[in-house]
Design a protein around this ligand. Structure first.
Ligand code: C2E
Ligand code: MG
Ligand code: MG
Ligand code: MG
Length: 278
């Protein structure tokens, strides 16, 4: 019995577990410090373009964290962890405030393009979230119609009444709701009737190689048609080449986003591009 409990298969697991727990704690503490320091976090903005005209029709704000010791940490290395703690709430509100300030800078240039913000399920199940967002927009005098909230499709989200009422409350303020990464997980198509979203973002995996894969092309064709018939605006994510962009345009997909058009860029560069676009 002793030999079994002390076996090597048990110990490494515990060690790994502790290591993961330690990292989570370290990152959570780090984010907490970053929120206070205000020079470790910043946003980059990735344009979204109309596939037909190639004009910029909006942006997505993406969080970057420059850790004083660990260097730049990609969002997927810390957001899922932070999202398991309530720290995700001040973090997302920090993003909302930064985006609101950016919208004021756009306004000064007479640019009225929407910016989207990513929110997690933890944000949406917080019954204060919609009010906090509303307060920030009011304080900074920003038109809610210029804000879009992107959320990930999860069963947890739609089966949680608080999350759904947060989405409704945001929508009621005039904020647009987008369903992010559609098609990347277990997409229950039935949810499309219930999600209070106006925009569906097709995950990169659905549109990559549509020019070489006839079945993939069929799926994309009919999916775009179906979503548009249901009244959604469709955004294709992860467009990396001219062929894919042209195909999506032929399929009448509304909007494209991806490295082929623009990479995410710092605000100063965005302002420069907007000046050039006129
Ligand atoms: P997402 O919301 O689906 O954002 C799209 C991600 O794909 C971004 O990665 C973007 O830089 C990347 N991307 C854009 N175009 C292309 C392309 O053509 N090809 C490829 N391969 N990738 C492309 P990023 O910035 O690393 O963000 C990753 C994820 O982290 C986001 O996925 C989002 O879920 C999350 N995230 C980022 N910022 C925030 C934030 O402020 N709050 C929350 N809650 N999540 C965030
Ligand atoms: Mg997104
Ligand atoms: Mg996405
Ligand atoms: Mg994603």
């Amino acid at each position: 019995y002793d030999a079994l409990t002390n076996s090597e298969t048990v110990m490494p697991y515990r060690a790994d577990f502790d290591k993961a727990q330690r990292r989570k704690l370290e990152l959570a503490n780090g984010i907490s410090a970053a929120l206070k320091s205000d020079n470790q976090l910043y946003l980059v903005y990735q344009p979204k373009v109309c596939l037909e005209t190639r004009q910029i029709v909006g942006f997505e704000a993406l969080l970057r964290w420059h850790h004083p010791k660990l260097g730049t940490i990609p969002p997927l290395d810390f957001i899922p962890l932070v999202s398991q703690t309530t720290l995700i709430n001040p973090l997302t509100l920090w993003v909302v405030r930064e985006v609101a300030k950016t919208l004021k800078r756009f306004e000064a240039l007479n640019v009225h393009l929407p910016v989207s913000i990513n929110a997690t399920t933890t944000n949406l199940v917080d019954d204060q979230f919609a009010d906090h967002v509303s307060t920030i927009l009011f304080e900074l005098d920003v038109n809610a119609e210029l804000i879009e909230i992107e959320c990930l499709e999860t069963e947890e989200l739609l089966n949680n009444p608080q999350a759904v009422s947060t989405l409704d409350a945001l929508k009621h303020q005039g904020i647009r709701i987008a369903l992010d990464d559609f098609g990347s997980g277990y997409s229950n198509l039935k949810y499309l009737q219930r999600i209070p979203a106006q925009v569906i973002k097709l995950d990169k995996c659905l549109i990559t190689n549509i020019d070489k894969d006839p079945d993939g092309l069929l799926i994309a064709t009919h999916l775009i048609q179906m979503l548009q018939s249901l009244g959604f605006e469709v955004v294709a994510e992860g467009v990396e080449d001219a062929t894919t962009a042209a195909q999506l345009e032929k399929l009448h997909c509304n909007i494209g986003q991806g490295y082929f058009f623009y990479h995410p860029m710092p605000l100063e560069e965005v302002l420069h591009v907007l000046n050039r676009q006129g």
